[in-house]
Design a protein around this ligand. Structure first.
Ligand code: ATP
Length: 579
């Protein structure tokens, strides 16, 4: 995954004021770093998750939560869910006017509709005055106007003009989309120091915490947003990140959970008033906003209110829902998130047992059911970093903006041209070893034991050293360096004789429940499977209680050098292997 930065000459490094930005389809955030700690900035409305919406009323421009509120009364002059269209044209339309192939305008139905101008996407809004002619605002112009508002909010907060930013983007953002984003930012007078990928931004936020131990690990980053969910499996090896697999999904995200609640309450309303509030655009918009608020309340509490004044045909509506009911009516959507995450782990050709951490970010990751479901899918040893499952989890809505701000502060002193060569944590495109490399020694019971020295997916070049204890009384130590793969050993539980149920058959539901209760889970464990032998060395006459040091050096072309010597002793053995 390459990273890119703005081409426009920016300010001198010493004159920069930098921030981190996440620019989502639903919400955006701005963050800055003070004393090596990143903080998300609240805008003038007090919001840290700032809706990515612009709205024009009588020639005034509103943005964020105020603009989002106007989606009920002023939808046709409001621009929402447009980030996704940056750098995309209308696509081939088979001669059908306004038929978009490369963009999905679904979410814009409740706002200004994207239109086609010679292959470019634009919105028609009355941005000068309510009576006047509508203007054509291109997607790029909308992004520039919105980013300008974000930068102004950040500048007001910091008391100085923000000049530069690191912006996060999804891993599947194309070069064209990156260029379009950089151009939109430059037009808003913002220098783009670097675009970093969303999952890496979240990992940076975690790895920068004072308590973080930078260790080799495999992490799933589940970025669950409003209109899309992006899941990535990332190997972190010696501070280098390698993306192993990704998935991008538009079927399971926050709006589908809003829909579940909208349908639930619409049905209740129909029962009372025999009219469907979803059939009228304004009622639908009210329903949508209240459903989202109720959904968020259910992440915090176990009960939530749902009330709307004059929902449809002049009828007010008020109801409540508890979390259990919400989880029941939304079951299919919740299961979708499980499948999404499991699918990416499989795509990376890994098992859930291989995953050390699941970082949950994006607003939808606040949902307790989603985090709890993942808790059940992964083994105990996997940390599920979400508010519902881990007290030290970073606020999922803030992790990526914080990561971007940290990266911005790390690279701000570099000349623009040097940033591309920056050695700071980055997603790598370099080669990485596909199998672990380790040593096989004989334990006191005479069994072969594999100790991994370098994990699979370590980016080359890399060097690791281990010390191996010699036999108690010293003597000759035989070191075998081999490649190791893992496989999952499944131990089925001993079948138990079933006890008769005393004639009480119970209902179907009951018996299902019983059998689940009784069934012991099979045991799954990760076992090393030895592969190709790379080197063998005998270190003669190691002294009593001595140790042998083995160093593995993987070169950039994946050639391997192995060195073995007695710690504190003279000489040693060295061998080279071609890539
Ligand atoms: P996308 O680009 O996918 O549209 P985004 O990155 O712009 O999303 P996020 O802020 O990450 O936006 O996610 C927005 C979604 O998160 C919305 O559906 C919102 O309702 C949901 N959300 C925010 N806070 C909570 C919460 N506390 N509980 C449940 N859902 C929440």
């Amino acid at each position: 995954m390459s990273e890119s930065r703005g081409a426009k000459p920016g300010p001198e490094p010493a004159d920069r004021v930098v921030i981190g930005i996440t620019f989502g389809n639903s919400n955006s955030s701005i963050a800055f770093t003070v004393d090596d700690k990143a903080e998300v900035i609240a805008n003038e409305d007090g919001d840290r998750q700032i809706p990515t919406v612009l709205s024009y009323v009588d020639g005034d421009e509103y943005y964020g939560a105020q603009a989002k509120a106007f989606l009920v009364r002023n939808p046709s002059n409001s621009i929402a869910y447009f980030r996704e269209f940056l750098g995309k044209d209308r696509g081939a339309n088979n001669g059908v006017f306004n038929s978009f192939k490369s963009i999905d305008p679904t979410y814009c139905h409740a706002a200004a509709h994207p239109q086609d101008n010679a292959g470019n996407v634009f919105f028609s809004v009355k941005d000068k005055d309510a009576e006047g002619e509508a203007s054509s605002v291109s997607v790029s112009e909308a992004a520039t106007r919105y980013l300008r508002r974000l930068v102004t909010s950040a500048s007001d907060y910091l008391g100085k003009k923000v000049t530069s930013a690191v912006i996060t983007v999804p891993t599947n953002f194309s070069d064209k989309q990156r260029e379009a984003l950089i151009k939109a930012a430059n037009d808003a007078d913002l220098e783009v120091l670097q675009l970093i990928s969303d999952p890496v931004a979240a990992m940076l936020a975690y790895d920068a915490r004072p308590e973080a131990v930078v260790e080799d690990k495999i992490v799933v980053v589940a970025d669950l947003g409003g209109t899309r969910s992006d899941v990535a499996v990332v190997a972190s090896r010696g501070g280098m990140y390698t993306v192993l697999a990704t998935a991008h999904d538009y079927e399971f995200a926050g709006v589908q959970l809003d829909q579940v609640l909208m349908d639930h309450f619409a049905k209740e309303f129909i029962k009372k008033h025999t009219t469907d509030p979803r059939s009228n655009a304004k009622s639908l918009a009210k329903l949508r906003q209240e459903a989202e608020a109720t959904k968020k309340a259910l992440s915090l509490g176990t009960n939530a209110q749902f009330s709307i004044e004059s929902l449809a045909e002049g009828f007010d509506f008020s109801s409540t829902i508890n979390r259990l009911r919400y989880e029941m009516v939304g079951r299919k959507v919740f299961e979708g998130f499980n499948r999404l995450v499991e699918g990416v782990v499989k795509k990376a050709e890994l098992d859930v047992l291989d995953i050390d951490e699941v970082i949950m970010c994006g607003g939808t990751s606040h949902t307790p059911r989603i985090a709890n479901n993942l808790r059940n899918i992964f083994p105990e040893s996997t940390k599920i970093l979400a508010p519902a499952t881990n007290v030290s989890a970073i606020n999922p809505s803030e992790a990526q903006a914080r990561g971007a701000a940290l990266q911005a502060s790390l690279i701000q002193e570099y000349e623009a041209n040097d940033i591309e060569q920056s050695t700071h944590p980055a997603v790598t495109t370099v080669k990485h070893i596909s199998n672990a490399i380790g040593v096989v020694t004989i334990n006191p019971d005479g069994e072969e034991v594999f100790t991994p020295i370098m994990q699979a997916e370590t980016a080359a070049p890399a060097r690791r050293t281990v010390h191996i204890a010699a036999p108690k009384d010293g003597g000759d130590v035989l070191i075998k360096v081999v490649e190791g793969g893992t496989h999952i050993k499944v131990t089925k539980p001993e079948p138990k004789a079933k006890e008769p149920v005393n004639g009480d058959k119970g209902s179907d539901a009951d018996s299902d429940f019983d059998s689940e209760e009784e069934e012991e889970e099979e045991k799954r464990e990760k076992i090393w499977k030895l592969g190709k032998q790379l080197a063998e060395a005998a270190i003669k006459g190691v002294k009593k209680g001595g140790k042998v040091e083995v160093t593995i050096n993987v070169l950039a072309d994946l050639g391997v050098t192995v060195t073995a010597r007695e710690v504190g002793g003279k000489g040693g053995v060295r061998g080279n292997l071609a890539a």
